[in-house]
Design a protein around this ligand. Structure first.
Ligand code: ATP
Length: 296
């Protein structure tokens, strides 16, 4: 279990992270969200013991994270840090050996991952000759080749096309199944929504929202109704509890204060010729914009 216990980091006068706490069990995926400069990288560096917190502590299975547990950690940084003159095989051998692995095991796992990512024929090519997306795959393989217990993925999908994103996701799910704890940051909320059971939203180092994704969505009462048909927007706007009505591509999106407002909207539109009336909970993207906007 990973326990992040009230960690705070000051850079001089600047408070980059303020009293952040969360915990993670084996096989859980955790989302760390925040706008630019929110404190995500600082948090990752404190968890990995690359940076000492000003106060608070981080423990993995009850022990402070130090050199003795480095072999159980994996980190995919936002910026690529590959040795581009090396071949794919040389690069992964280098990382694997740093993590204390035997050469034959590194080579076996490398072949499995390269096969999965469609890169088996590139094993002896220099990293610099690969496309950016393929370099990202090699960086990813280097962060997981040793089967870490705790994996930190900082914006893992940046620059990847949808097919590559799908391949990455399959590998991430597989790691989860094997009990790996995964912390992941992304500006793309749909990825967080798809993956993370728990999350924290940071704004200027402060926690503005944290907890279980399902509960966060339940507690956030605003809902969206999508309507298609011959409907008068003005009639809907008049309803008490309707926050916003937007017309997008022939469809009307009605934002309402809570679930109780939905029947009132239905009452108004049911007399008209409607082809669609779908009620959905707010997306994480909307919750993020709402919560982050409130405090900026
Ligand atoms: P981004 O999404 O832009 O990468 P982030 O959420 O990772 O941002 P951090 O890089 O952790 O945010 O930065 C948090 C705050 O701490 C920012 O105000 C940043 O300017 C400041 N900061 C980060 N590193 C240092 C440093 N070495 N010295 C001084 N201030 C720093």
């Amino acid at each position: 279990m990973l326990k992040v216990d009230h960690i705070t980091k000051y850079y001089g006068e600047i408070c980059a992270v303020n009293q952040l706490s969360f915990s993670l069990k084996e096989g859980e995926i955790f989302g760390l969200l925040g706008a630019n400069g929110a404190g995500k990288t600082t948090t990752f560096r404190m968890i990995l013991s690359l940076l000492e917190p000003t106060s608070g502590k981080v423990t993995l299975n009850g022990k402070k994270i130090d050199y003795s547990v480095m072999e159980s950690l994996g980190y995919l940084p936002e910026e690529r840090s590959l040795l581009t003159k090396l071949t794919v095989e040389e690069q992964i051998l280098y990382y694997g050996k740093l993590k204390g692995m035997k050469e034959e095991i590194i080579l076996k796992r490398l072949d499995e991952y390269l096969l999965k990512f469609g890169l088996l024929n590139d094993k002896r090519r220099k990293i610099k000759e690969l496309s950016k997306g393929n370099q990202q795959k090699i960086q990813f393989i280097s962060s997981i080749i040793h089967e870490p217990k705790l994996l930190i993925l900082d914006e893992p999908f940046t620059g990847l096309d949808p097919i590559n994103v799908k391949q990455f996701k399959e590998v991430i799910y597989d790691l989860k199944k094997r009990g790996c704890m995964i912390i992941f940051s992304s500006h793309q909320m749909e990825h967080i929504e798809e993956f993370c059971e728990k999350l924290v939203i940071l704004v200027k180092g402060n926690v503005v929202l944290s907890g279980d994704l399902k509960e966060i969505k339940k507690a956030y009462e605003k809902m969206n109704i999508f309507i298609r048909g011959d409907v008068k927007v003005e009639d809907i706007q008049k309803i008490d509890g309707v926050l916003e009505v937007i017309t997008v591509g022939g469809e009307i999106l009605v934002r309402v204060k809570n679930e109780q407002i939905v029947p009132a909207v239905f009452q108004v539109v049911k007399k008209r010729d409607i082809r669609k009336f779908v009620v959905e909970e707010a997306s994480l993207n909307e919750i993020f914009i709402d919560k982050v906007g409130e405090v900026l």
